[in-house]
Design a protein around this ligand. Structure first.
Ligand code: NI
Length: 184
């Protein structure tokens, strides 16, 4: 298994429309395992293939507290079952350290396939309904900050830039330390 690099807002590749998965090949299974590992490593609860620059209709998610119940959705179709929208504070691994309220219908019907090609057909609400709609947006090239004001989008862009710079520095100093350690 391997950790995959996650694309960051406003990378234009995040705007790519994902294509349906034709067949769950061994390569797709490896991608699923890598995406789950990447999601856990980044402490996320959901990840769409679009975010790791693979533009196919594939989503992984784990909403459990112990992070031991991964869910896989292939070629998902999500239909809202209520008109009323409710606000929920969202975040995204592609927009690190930015959180804001987005309004979505909080009851949806999910149809998809799982990693074994078994049909998923269920009605969900609450966090799972929010999360699947957020990930579906990724497959359609939409990011949650698109729902926010221009000003907030600009702020989000600046924030992500800052966070990436800090991470780069941290990675550099970690690499330096490792180099020093191996000199001993
Ligand atoms: Ni996201």
């Amino acid at each position: 298994m391997a950790l995959l690099p996650i694309l960051s807002y406003p990378d234009p590749r995040l705007r790519t429309i994902a294509k349906p998965v034709k067949e769950v090949t061994p390569e797709i299974k490896t991608l699923i395992a890598d995406m789950i590992e990447t999601m856990y490593d980044a402490q996320g609860i959901g990840l769409a293939a679009s975010q790791v620059d693979r533009h196919i209709q594939l989503i992984v998610m784990d909403l459990s507290e112990d992070k031991n119940a991964p869910m896989v959705f292939i070629n998902p179709k999500v239909t809202p079952l209520v008109e009323e929208k409710q606000p929920y504070e969202e975040g995204c691994l592609s927009v690190p350290d930015v959180y804001d309220k987005v309004e979505r219908p909080n009851k949806v019907h999910i149809e998809a396939l799982d990693e074994n090609g078994e049909r998923i057909d269920k009605v969900v609400d609450g966090l799972l309904a929010v999360c699947i709609q957020h990930e579906m947006d990724h497959l359609n090239g939409v990011i949650f900050v698109d729902y926010l004001s221009r000003l907030k989008q600009t702020r989000a862009r600046d924030k992500v830039k800052k966070v990436l710079k800090i991470r780069e520095k941290q990675a550099e100093s970690a690499a330096n330390k490792q180099a020093q350690a191996s000199n001993v």
